[in-house]
Design a protein around this ligand. Structure first.
Ligand SMILES: NC(=O)c1ccc[n+]([C@@H]2O[C@H](COP(=O)([O-])OP(=O)(O)OC[C@H]3O[C@@H](n4cnc5c(N)ncnc54)[C@H](OP(=O)(O)O)[C@@H]3O)[C@@H](O)[C@H]2O)c1
Length: 404
């Protein structure tokens, strides 16, 4: 589909001209740089896409008014002053622990990490400069030392460790999550916070690795924020401030229920589960009809991720359609409806499976096993060994930027 590819390349070039580049390449010597870069990005986004006035908090999203909080309201000095008497105890050092912890530390806040001694996370934390006995502790000790307890263990581990954690969440502390999972599905997780602490949530809309890279680039990840329990009357303000501290650019208000339902649904859907399923189905049919692995991969994954999906991300679906040939547009417009109708019942089944706790129980059972890391690795290896992804490795190695 060469004309297709040419049009896409043209569209991408023109997109690149139209969109002010994120200041990704600018070295960040101080976190203030991060703030000013984000402010610049925020202004360029506002000029281009939505009538966003700095400081305005209620925005119109396709006819629905929503409240959005922005990082520029929290200059670094204000942030540091706000948390000057706090110790952020970050419990767990997976993807989110790494990203959120390093960002909050770079923002000059008092952060300590709590993980089980000798585990994979302990090693990782030491590599990232957390010092045993000073900023790195066993879980229970870190909770005792902290005023804001950021529970970033795996969701299954939050439930398993709760009997030991709960007595340490004493009056005046704040309990923080990045997912509504443990709290909303309390009948399954048995995580019930004491009544005299604020319970808040900041859920970055991306992997913890992205939380970190965007922060280092001077940008900020979108996050959801929510309050479950407000004892001090300051819970929401605190959620916004921590959201800024861990590297959020814009924060969208939600509830614990809405956050967990949409998140479990989305990752099982188009973010991860559905996309792997659709890629495999399309590839399989191409291969069954005699197409080579490279042709099937190029037409399924490579063109999607390298050419068309970035256009959707930058300018929306209609822009991507417009960047393609009239032949492509006609067929895609017709078949989009077929895919929507065929898949809507699957998404309805998925949402119900999330809402009724089936997905939660499955996650708790699987991720609560002592062998959860090895079991997961085995399943991911099976994906890695699928022909589609083996073919993908060769195609990727042939990208112009990978050739010396
Ligand atoms: N990753 C994302 O993209 C993402 C995005 C938004 C929100 N969240 C939420 O953020 C939270 C953390 O997620 P994550 O992806 O960063 O981490 P994760 O990979 O789910 O969990 C890893 C952490 O849990 C610890 N852990 C696992 N089992 C344990 C047990 N039985 N006892 C003690 N520690 C145990 C691990 O320690 P060891 O190394 O010692 O096993 C590690 O520190 C979750 O609530 C998740 O839903 C994640």
């Amino acid at each position: 589909m060469s004309s297709f590819a040419v049009r896409s390349a043209q569209a991408l070039r023109s997109a690149t001209r139209r969109v002010p580049r994120a200041a990704a390449k600018i070295p960040m010597s101080a976190q203030t740089a991060s703030y000013s870069l984000l402010a610049r990005n925020a202004m360029s986004v506002s000029r281009r896409d939505v009538p966003l006035t700095r400081g305005m908090k209620t925005l119109d999203f396709a006819g629905t008014k929503e409240v959005v909080y922005e990082r520029s309201d929290w200059p670094l000095a204000k942030l540091q002053d706000y948390f000057k008497n706090d110790t952020l105890a970050l419990i767990g050092y997976g993807s989110q622990g790494h990203g959120q912890g390093l960002n909050a530390r770079d923002n000059g806040l008092n952060v300590i990490v709590g993980v089980r001694e000798g585990g994979e996370s302990w090693k990782q934390a030491v590599e990232d400069g957390w010092v045993p006995g000073k900023t790195l502790f066993p879980i229970e000790e870190a909770i005792s030392r902290g005023t804001i307890i950021m529970d970033l263990l795996s969701d299954a581990a939050q439930s398993q460790t709760w009997p030991k954690v709960a007595p340490l969440i004493t009056k005046g502390k704040t309990l923080y999550f990045s997912h509504g999972f443990s709290i909303v599905y309390k009948d399954d997780t048995h995580v019930i916070p004491p009544p005299d602490v604020d319970v808040i949530l900041v859920a970055p809309k991306g992997s913890g690795r992205t939380v970190r890279t965007l922060f280092k680039e001077g940008r900020g990840i979108n996050s959801s924020i929510a309050v479950w329990q407000d004892v001090t009357g300051k819970a929401k303000e605190k959620a916004v401030a921590i959201g800024v501290a861990i590297g959020s650019g814009y924060m969208y208000e939600t509830t614990f229920e809405k956050e967990v339902y949409s998140d479990l649904y989305g990752e099982r859907g188009v973010l991860m589960g559905a996309i792997q399923g659709l890629f495999c189905a399309q590839y399989k049919v191409l291969r069954a009809n005699g197409h080579t692995p490279s042709e099937a991969f190029n037409e399924t994954v490579e063109e999607a991720t390298q050419s068309l999906y970035p256009l959707i991300g930058q300018h929306g679906m209609d822009y991507m359609y417009n960047a393609c040939s009239t032949t492509a547009r006609r067929g895609a417009l017709d078949w989009a409806k077929v895919f929507e109708e065929t898949n809507t019942p699957v998404f309805e089944r998925l949402y119900e499976s999330v809402r009724n706790g089936t997905e939660t129980r499955r996650s708790l059972e699987f991720n609560g096993r002592a062998t959860y890391r090895q079991d997961l690795e085995k399943e991911l290896k099976e994906i890695d060994e699928q022909e589609i992804w083996r073919a993908g490795k060769v195609v990727r190695s042939l990208r112009p930027d990978n050739l010396s």
